[in-house]
Ligand binder design. Structure first.
Ligand code: GLC
Length: 592
């Protein structure tokens, strides 16, 4: 055994660094869960306004002002003169991140405008050539990160570059005047040497964050160009992570983590590392007219949601051209930091549990294993009115249940029956934002992954998020709000429920638009029972008065009562036979 161990150890040492496994490279990042994104560049000096005009077109991302307002490159460069260098201190950003409980920072070293924040020797589009008072902010940020033990990553816009004559500019979709050879010239004379500088001159770089939001095949960028970047990263900084917006799929072994769309929160449990880049308001870069601030609660929920599905959250701030931040940003980060100082145990090094997706109507759960102990954290977004927290999905009995904010870990009373746990909550929620309960288990968790969760209001709602046969071909899951199941032809849907006690229950259904569709709903355990129901046709409802905007009306209809002869699990099956072209929309079946 020992021999084998030594052999493996020695073999590992012999491996070239570039073969460092993706999994071990991303460990720190997965554990960290929360990071800071900084959009700062010439656009910060424009503040979302150009000569009295707001950013053109529908999306007012402040960092797009050069492109949207057609600002000539030289004139745009002069924005550097607005920067207040005496006040700019990147260490303040690092301390802000630290106090917010963030574990890494990613800054826009070069955004789409093509302007470098560091003293690049490649080309002349950087601060030092536009303002003699300027300093190398990337160097200062790298020093501050080192000093405060903060990981540092660089955003680098590789595909889009509005400065270089041969960089990509979306207007070229119309002008079609860029050849592959020209784009490669941009790549070889700007992209490659600049990334090389960033990987050589600023110490350890934790990640390179690229920004191509469609697969590279749909762009001018070639796979070999992307591989050129990868090879250089792996050679110069083998531990540096690369995100999927490089333009390659997450399945590519060189892509370390997936970046979802801007502000797109996770919706499904995933095992591969992933993140959401999110804004604190609307714009990424500083915008003088910003008034779309997200609340602290919303941002905390975003973070918790992602961790509950094994993801990360990278929250963006946009400092001004004097380095300062609006009070709205600072206060939110400080409040998140205070929350994490108390509740961070449920976030850092924690992940999700694969129970029925999005099944709790009171909040989200995260999970962590510490030695042999298992801890499940219930994040209560909505403190139940009857002060009972209903948690479904784990069969073992917790050894203790307490509030994470309670240093004494005073036990909370609970009742367990099968996969259902009822916890008696204190009358007042302890945290003004989100309170967290800890369930400790001594043994391995026995998960009941199929059972539908009990609602905060006592019943069970069977709907698209807890349906079991979602791969059924004729079942279409409409994820657009309102979330319903659209049924066609012959369809069978199935759910599992747990009944704590025997007895009769009322079943009701919320549906739209059948033409006298016969529906059979059966409750099965050993004795298969079923009810037949004809769902009478439904009509339309006015959505917006006087705007001729009507839609299908969902109707709530009581089905008959059904007997659940003994406590335990039951399968609820819905069979519907629809004629060609007919559609039945199902919101839910409610059992109470
Ligand atoms: C988009 C925008 C960009 C922003 C980025 C952040 O790709 O083009 O301005 O930097 O999203 O995720």
């Amino acid at each position: 055994m020992r021999l084998i161990f030594y052999f493996i150890f020695a073999f590992n040492l012999l491996l070239p660094k570039s073969m460092m496994a993706q999994e071990s490279r991303t460990d720190w990042w997965t554990d960290a869960r929360f990071g800071m994104f900084i959009h700062w560049g010439l656009y910060s000096g424009a503040e979302g306004l150009w000569k009295g005009e707001k950013i053109r077109h529908f999306n007012n991302y402040a960092e797009w002002i050069k492109y949207r307002n057609r600002i000539p490159t030289e004139e745009y460069g002069k924005l550097a003169e607005r920067f207040v260098w005496d006040d700019i201190n990147p260490e303040e950003w690092v301390l802000l991140a630290k106090n917010a409980g963030m574990h890494y920072i990613t800054i826009t070293a070069k955004h789409h405008d093509g302007f470098a924040l560091w003293d690049t020797k490649v080309g002349s589009y950087s601060f030092k050539n536009y303002d003699p008072k300027s300093r190398d902010i990337i160097a200062e940020l790298a020093d501050a990160c080192k000093k405060h033990d903060m990981k540092l990553g660089f955003y680098y816009s590789h595909w889009v570059d509005w400065e270089h004559p041969y960089g990509w500019d979306h207007n070229r979709e119309l002008t079609k005047d860029l050849t592959d050879a020209q784009f490669d010239q941009y790549w070889q004379e700007k992209v490659i040497p600049q990334i090389q500088e960033l990987l050589t001159n600023y110490g350890d770089i934790a990640m390179l964050w690229f920004d191509m939001w469609i697969p590279h095949q749909q762009t001018i960028v070639k796979e070999r160009q992307l591989r050129q970047i990868i090879d250089m990263v792996r050679e110069l900084q083998p531990a540096c992570l690369i995100n999927s917006r490089l333009g390659l799929p997450v399945s590519d072994p060189e892509i370390d983590f997936e970046t979802l769309g801007d502000n797109q929160l996770g919706a499904v449990y995933q095992n591969n590392p992933w993140q959401t880049p999110g804004t604190i308001a609307h714009s990424w870069g500083y915008h003088a007219l910003e008034n779309d601030w997200k609340s602290t609660n919303q941002l905390l929920q975003a973070l918790i949601n992602n961790v509950s599905l094994n993801g990360n959250f990278m929250l963006n701030i946009g400092p001004r051209a004097d380095g300062s931040l609006p009070y709205e940003s600072i206060s939110r980060l400080e409040d998140m930091g205070k929350w994490l100082a108390i509740n961070g145990e449920s976030i850092y090094k924690a992940g999700g549990l694969e129970l029925r997706a999005r099944q709790y109507d009171w909040g989200k759960i995260t999970y962590k294993r510490e030695g042999t102990a298992n801890k499940v954290y219930l994040h209560v977004f909505n403190w139940p009115l009857d002060r009972i927290l209903r948690f479904t999905g784990i069969l073992n009995k917790p050894s203790s249940v307490y509030l994470l904010s309670d240093k004494l870990q005073n036990p909370l009373e609970f009742k367990q029956s099968g996969p259902s746990l009822h916890i008696a909550l204190p009358h007042k929620q302890p945290d003004p934002y989100i309170s967290v309960l800890v369930l400790e288990y001594e043994n391995n968790l026995e998960l009941e992954t199929k059972v539908a969760a009990e609602s905060s209001f006592g019943g069970v709602s069977l709907n698209y998020s807890n349906e079991l046969l979602q791969l059924n071909k004729s079942t279409k899951l409409d994820r657009v709000s309102p979330e319903y199941i659209s049924l066609e032809k012959e369809t069978k849907l199935e759910w599992q429920v747990y009944m704590k006690e025997a007895g009769e229950k009322q079943l009701s259904i919320s549906y739209a638009n059948p033409s006298k569709t016969p529906v059979e709903i059966s409750v099965g355990n050993d004795t298969q029972k079923s009810i037949q129901a004809f769902l009478s046709p439904t009509g339309k409802i006015v959505v917006e008065p006087n705007e001729n905007f009507y839609t299908e009306e969902f109707v709530d209809s009581h089905l008959s009562r059904m007997d659940f002869p003994e406590p335990g699990y039951y399968t609820i099956t819905l069979n519907a036979k629809l004629d060609k072209g007919e559609k039945l929309r199902l919101n839910w079946i409610w059992i109470e």
